[in-house]
Design a protein around this ligand. Structure first.
Ligand code: NAP
Length: 324
């Protein structure tokens, strides 16, 4: 029988349990995928802790790459033997083999290997919609990207630079600063030791930036609002430091008629056409070499608990994969 990581209760990394699972024949519209690599994402920790509730018991994980072993009735998107990858629900990617709706799968271009694919689908499609849909980065824009040395961060900084932006990144340590600098950041701010709002004002000659991409959440929210120019947009897309508490909408008017959006990849890739379009942009920017996918940590799938510990302790950089 194949194995998968399952959770029966919410809690710390210890609730991740390596178990034998039965994988039924693919139902209508589904494909059976044997994973060669699985992606680790911060959202997996929200599912594990219950910040984003799941009906339990449950699988976990939203990203994988592998080969189609079987398809159910009516599947037209992929065929047996195709190399594929996906990002998004339903949860259950921490598995040797699984069934998944075929309309979530993208076929991998030849140059993109399984490890790279599993490392980039969720974080890369996120960078794609953030920079190309939510606030469309223009040449000459100064943009602020928090957690610049993280999974989404390293991809987004390189991509924003390739789009002609001046990229300001924040990081939590000197080693991460060097990494961010080597991946597209023109300016790096260590927000553990420096006031990033003040530094952004200095860098932009007092103006502020038209957009902040903030996956850190609670700890950076107010500073992010204060880093914007009038009519600027705060894209608050994650909660690595905890969820943003409720705030007074009048602040947005007082601080410059600001915009705030709280997007998720779910809605930006819900339609197959949108998923394919974003996927094509991501594959292109990676194939062109403008964005390098850095797989900086690799764990055995059954050691997912250790991967969660390291991610939550801010010990990881770039992308992390789990190998079945
Ligand atoms: N909305 C969406 O569609 C979407 C999609 C993908 C990801 N996300 C969000 O994007 C963010 C980044 O995801 P990722 O998977 O690429 O993770 P990641 O950036 O590789 O890891 C999170 C990083 O956040 C920083 N951080 C700041 N305060 C932290 C704290 N108190 N605890 C832990 N980390 C802290 C750390 O970098 P420093 O040490 O440099 O501060 C850490 O490395 C997450 O919030 C995730 O939920 C959202």
């Amino acid at each position: 029988m194949p194995h998968a990581i399952r959770i029966h209760r919410t809690g710390g990394p210890e609730v991740l349990s390596w178990e034998e699972v039965e994988v039924p024949a693919a139902a209508a519209g589904e494909a059976t995928v044997r994973h060669h690599a699985v992606g680790l994402n911060f959202i997996d920790t929200y599912h594990r802790t219950g910040l984003y509730p799941l009906p339990l018991p449950s699988g976990i994980g939203l990203e994988g790459a592998g080969v189609v072993e079987a398809v159910g009735a009516g599947v037209s998107e992929v065929k047996v033997g195709d190399r594929v990858a996906y990002a998004g629900g339903p949860v259950g990617a921490y598995a040797e083999v699984r069934n998944i709706p075929a309309h979530r799968l993208l076929k991998l271009p030849d140059p993109i290997g399984f490890d790279t694919a599993a490392a980039m689908m969720l974080q890369g499609l996120t960078a794609a919609y953030l920079l190309r849909r939510t606030y469309r980065v223009q040449p000459g824009d100064a943009v602020l990207i928090h957690a610049a040395a993280g999974g989404v961060g390293l991809i987004a900084c390189q991509w924003a630079k390739a789009l002609g932006a001046t990229v300001i990144g924040t990081v939590g340590s000197p080693a991460k600063a060097a990494l961010a600098k080597a991946h597209g950041c023109d300016h790096v701010i260590n927000y553990s030791t420096e006031n990033f709002t003040q530094r952004v004002r200095e860098i932009t000659g007092g103006e502020g930036v038209p957009v902040v991409y903030d996956g850190v959440g609670k700890d950076t929210f107010m500073g992010s609002l204060d880093s914007l120019c009038p009519l600027g947009m705060l894209v608050t897309y994650g909660n690595a430091s905890g969820p943003v508490p409720p705030f007074d909408l009048l602040l947005l008017s007082q601080k410059g008629s600001l915009f705030v959006t709280r997007p998720t990849i779910v809605h930006y890739t819900a339609k197959r056409a949108d998923l394919e379009a974003l996927g094509a942009e991501l594959f292109d920017v990676v194939a062109s070499g403008k964005v390098r996918i850095e797989v900086n940590q690799t764990y055995a799938l059954q050691d997912a608990a250790q991967a969660h510990r390291d991610l939550e302790a801010r010990k990881t950089t770039g992308s992390t994969i789990l190998l079945p």
